[in-house]
Structures are given as C-alpha cells and as structure tokens.
Design a protein around this ligand. Structure first.
Ligand SMILES: Cc1cc2nc3c(=O)[nH]c(=O)nc-3n(C[C@H](O)[C@H](O)[C@H](O)COP(=O)(O)OP(=O)(O)OC[C@H]3O[C@@H](n4cnc5c(N)ncnc54)[C@H](O)[C@@H]3O)c2cc1C
Length: 435
C-alpha cells in the first residue's frame, strides 16, 4: 500500500502492548485519527496470559494496581464483571533469617516487625538527619547510608531490587529513584515522606487481575479499536516523508502519518529509527534489560497451613537463587505461584536447562514455605525488566526529530498503570497538536 489521497492528520502507533493500545483508546476518545501496527498476531506485548493444565499463567505482569487510570479502562471497556481483586489486607513479605514475614508499610507495622532488629529500627529513625539522596550514588549506597545495612539487606534491597529483578548496587539513584528524590525534597526526608503517606490515609490501590488473566485488558482494547489495529504487520523502518511527516514501512507497503509514536523495546526501536536518527539508535542499543526466568509452581498453600500473601521477595543474606515468588494462588485463587529467577544478580541461571531451573525453584519454594510444589512450566525472558543501571546514561543522547516520540517503559515508569497514564498524556499532546 502507498499513500493515496491525503487523509486527515493522523498518528501512526508502533506496538500493541498496553502502552500502544491505551494510546489508541485515548486518541479515539479525542476523535483523533490513528493506525496501530503490531508485529505479533495478538495484543498485549509483555502482558500475556496462557491457560496451561487448567491454570492461568501470567507470562509478564502478575497483578496490576487498580489505580484511577486502570479503573477508567475497566469502566470504558465494560470489564467490571471479569475483575478479580486480591484481598487488600494481603501483605507483601520478605524471606530473611529463615522466615517469611510481612514487610511493614505502616508506623504500627514498623514498630511490630521482627524483620528488623531494635538497633536497625533506631537507625531508620535517624534518617531525617542524613544528607539528601544524591542522583549519582547507587540505590544501594543511598539505602545503606540513610537506613543502615540491615534494613537494606532485609527489607529495602529485596523490595526495591525485586521489583526490577535488579541489583540496587548497580542502579544510580538518578535513573532508578527519581520519584523518591522528588518526594524527599517535598517532605524534607524519606522517612517523613513515608509517614506522611501512611498517616494521610493514602492506601495503595488493590491488586487485580481478570478471570482469564491480565491479557484480557489489551484484548478488550484491541477489540474496541479493531478497525484501526493491524496485527502481524511489523514496522520495519520510520522515514521522513517530504509531503507529510513520516512514513512507516511494513511488509505490506508504506503509509504516511503526521506524527509517530514508538512503544517498542529499546533495541527494536533502534532498528526502526536507524536511518532517521542514527546516533539515537546507537544510544538505544546500549540500554540493558535484566533477563528473567519465571517458573510456575502448582501448590496448595492452604493445605500446607501457609498464611496467604501477595508473595515474598528474598532477603539478600538468604542462600537462595530464587529472587522472589508471586502468590497468584492466594491472590486470585489460581492454584499456582510464579517464582522469579535470574535478574541482574544471577543471569547465569538462564544457561541451565528449564528442568534444572524448575527443580531449583520448586525445592527452594518447598524449603521456604513447607508447601509441596510441582513445576507446571518455565518461561524464559531474555529481555525482562529494564535495568535502569549505568547504561541509562545513554537515554540523554536519544533525540528524535519533532513528530516522532517514544512512549516506553525505559524512558518513563514501568508499571502497567504508569504506562496507561503516560498514554493518556501523550494522547492529550497529540490531540492538541493535530487540531
Ligand atoms: C516479567 C515482567 C513482570 C512485570 N510485572 C509487572 C506487574 O506485576 N505489575 C505491573 O504493573 N507491571 C509489571 N511489569 C511491567 C509492565 O508489564 C510493562 O512495563 C508493560 O507491559 C510494557 O508495555 P508496553 O506496551 O510499553 O511495551 P511492550 O509490552 O513491550 O509492547 C511493545 C509491543 O511492540 C510490538 N513490536 C515490537 N517490534 C515491533 C515492530 N517492529 N512493529 C510493530 N510492533 C512491534 C511488540 O510485539 C509488543 O506487542 C512487568 C514486566 C515484566 C517484563
């Protein structure tokens, strides 16, 4: 296909993950013209749910927080009857010193927890007297300097590092914790910010999924905007077009758009913009992702008398190769939990066979919880979480021509709610620019 008669000003979106589909949704809501190109045969990108042996397995995110933006999507798409909500009282836990214990997220919880010794707690209370976070220090240096080594190793390191499958010792504060730095500046200290948050009654929205898994959300978005979404249509290049903004090349031909939004992973984005912005392509290729293996374990936590939880992260002094385990079994009654292996701490484990990774995950889970576990299957993600390490210095060198922009989890925040929020703000900008 080549460009025919000039149509109204229009946006070309590359990628039907949650960002691209949310952008499509918000553009449609603003009566803006768009076409969305997706290389794969199905929507969702990283968000993928499969049914195996009767269990719903999440190949990417395990749960999503029901923020205002997620709530809005559920309403717009009529998905309320399919929502599964985890009990809001389920704790996030840490495995340290041979036990699984809830991580404290309130003043009372902090007072009561035995994850930290009395000395470690005193050290935490002295945080307001420490120097502010420095964007050039690593997250590990900052946590240890401000809260002490024990709190870092038993609590903050596993919770923060676990979220990214990353090593806080490799993550500069400026890349990994810019939101926290702003909070500290606003409240005068991180401890005061945390207390203000719990005292202000700002509850974390509950964790949710859907009956058929999280992929239901991108599927419903793709159905709602089916006319403008093209599956199995990889974009192979973005080029400047003399008449009109930019040309997207696909195996079916080329099409021109006034604006282009790329939502693709960094290395694939580099391939797309190499002619348009060769130096930006080089910079994008430098960004690291943490590889991950996810092992799905069939287990019966109730029968083993294990207290329900959202899951646990593994403390840094524990001699385990598992990074953490998401308990979809107790969150969404799925009969399976997902163990995460690899990450920046242990990429070599991905060289093991899937059987061996399964054995490691199952035996460690049994040792930690006392519940029997049987491997359902193993999923390997060579490109897992963005690493937000030193390689993120390269983001400063990414400069795309006006009219081409990125909406991605490596240039903004990673969680699904943040991806949806960014899509809305990009749609606002584009709708204003196109009118
Ligand atoms: C293992 C894992 C667990 C996670 N857990 C959570 C969690 O529990 N909660 C949470 O909120 N977030 C979680 N996240 C983060 C969140 O899932 C991701 O940040 C988000 O889904 C990324 O969506 P995206 O649309 O920006 O990118 P992607 O999902 O990567 O979408 C990009 C799309 O572009 C397509 N594409 C690539 N190249 C081309 C091309 N040339 N032409 C056309 N299309 C192309 C791809 O096929 C893909 O569909 C997790 C992420 C991972 C990896």
């Amino acid at each position: 296909m080549t460009t025919g008669e000039r149509s109204p000003e229009s946006v070309g979106i590359v990628g039907a993950g949650i960002t691209g589909l949310s952008l499509a949704h918000y553009l449609a809501d603003r009566d803006a013209e768009f076409t969305l190109f997706e290389a794969a045969a199905e929507p969702g990108g990283v968000v993928r749910s499969d049914r195996v042996d009767g269990h719903i397995l999440e190949r990417g995110p395990q749960r999503v927080r029901r923020t205002e933006h997620v709530e809005g999507m559920i309403r717009d798409l009529g998905l309320e009857s399919e929502v599964r909500t985890a009990d809001p009282d389920l704790p996030v836990c840490v495995y340290a010193d041979g036990e699984i214990r809830p991580a404290p997220f309130s003043v009372e919880g902090f007072g009561e927890t035995d994850l930290l010794s009395a000395e470690a707690k005193r050290r935490v209370l002295a945080e307001p007297y420490t120097d502010p976070a420095d964007p050039d220090e690593t997250a590990a240096e900052m946590f240890v300097r401000k809260f002490g080594d024990e709190t870092y190793r038993n609590l903050l390191g596993p919770l923060f590092g676990g979220t990214y499958g990353s090593d806080p010792a490799e993550m500069p504060v400026g890349h990994a914790l810019s939101g926290l730095v702003k909070l500290e500046a606003r409240h005068g200290s991180l401890l005061k910010a945390a207390i203000a948050r719990t005292m202000g009654g700002r509850d974390t929205p509950p964790a949710i999924s859907f009956d058929e898994g999280l992929q239901r959300l991108p599927e419903a978005l793709a159905d709602a905007h089916a006319e403008n979404v093209r599956f199995e249509t990889p974009v192979t290049a973005v080029r400047a077009d003399d008449d009109r903004g930019y040309e997207l090349e696909t195996p079916d031909g080329t099409e021109s758009f006034d604006r282009v939004v790329l939502t693709t992973p960094a290395d694939l984005t580099a391939d797309l913009v190499v002619d348009l912005a060769p130096e930006s392509a080089d910079a994008l290729r430098e960004l690291h992702y943490n590889p991950l293996a996810m092992v799905y374990l069939r287990t019966d936590l109730d029968a083993a008398g294990v207290e329900p939880a959202l899951g646990y992260q593994v403390g840094f002094d524990a001699d385990l190769r598992t990074l953490g385990v998401s308990w979809n079994a107790s969150m969404f009654d799925r009969g399976v939990v997902t163990a995460f292996l690899g990450g920046m701490h242990d990429p070599a484990i991905l060289d093991e066979s899937e059987d061996r990774m399964g054995e490691i995950a199952a035996s460690e889970f049994e040792a930690v919880t006392g519940a029997e576990a049987e491997v359902v299957t193993v999923n390997v993600l060579r490109r897992g979480f963005p690493a937000y390490d030193d390689s993120w210095d390269a983001v400063e060198r990414v400069e795309l021509p006006e009219g081409v922009r990125l909406a991605t989890n490596y240039t903004a925040r990673m969680g699904v709610p943040s991806r949806i929020r960014e899509a809305e703000s990009v749609a606002d900008d584009l709708a204003a620019a196109l009118t």
